[in-house]
Design a protein around this ligand. Sequence first.
Ligand code: TYD
Length: 136
Amino acid sequence: MKNNHPYIIEINSIGSSDLGYISVAEIDGNIPFEINRVYWTYYTPNNVQRGFHAHKELFQVIVAVSGVINFKLITQFGKETHYTLDDPSKGLFIPKMHWREISFSHNAVLLCLASEKYDESDYIRDFDSFLNNGGK
Ligand code: TYD
């Protein structure tokens, strides 16, 4: 599994413009981990940013099933990358130990496939300690 770097997953679209489309996420198909939790966020005002945390162990694949979602990701070494999710056939793989800051169009629905159940102790919510020692 390519697990150290974020990357875009092109998810197959089954269907046609006449009939509409189906996209499928499958473990060991296009999702490189066992999915233990699925959540979605919605109605985030477009002047609000969310995230501002990293995870110690969690892997995620994020899909903008509606709208446009922009991600700023930062590694522990301060390397910054930007991704735009603007199509429901695109997923963003986010490895562990990546700080994320997320902004949304008004109609955005963010679907998250996560490798672990919710655990607040897996979060690093202080940016300086994330950069300095990985939250340890
Ligand atoms: P958080 O992951 O910080 O969301 P975001 O980065 O989008 O702002 O979660 C926001 C709140 O929701 C926080 O109090 C924890 C809670 N929460 C759960 O209880 N279970 C979950 O699965 C998730 C993702 C969040």
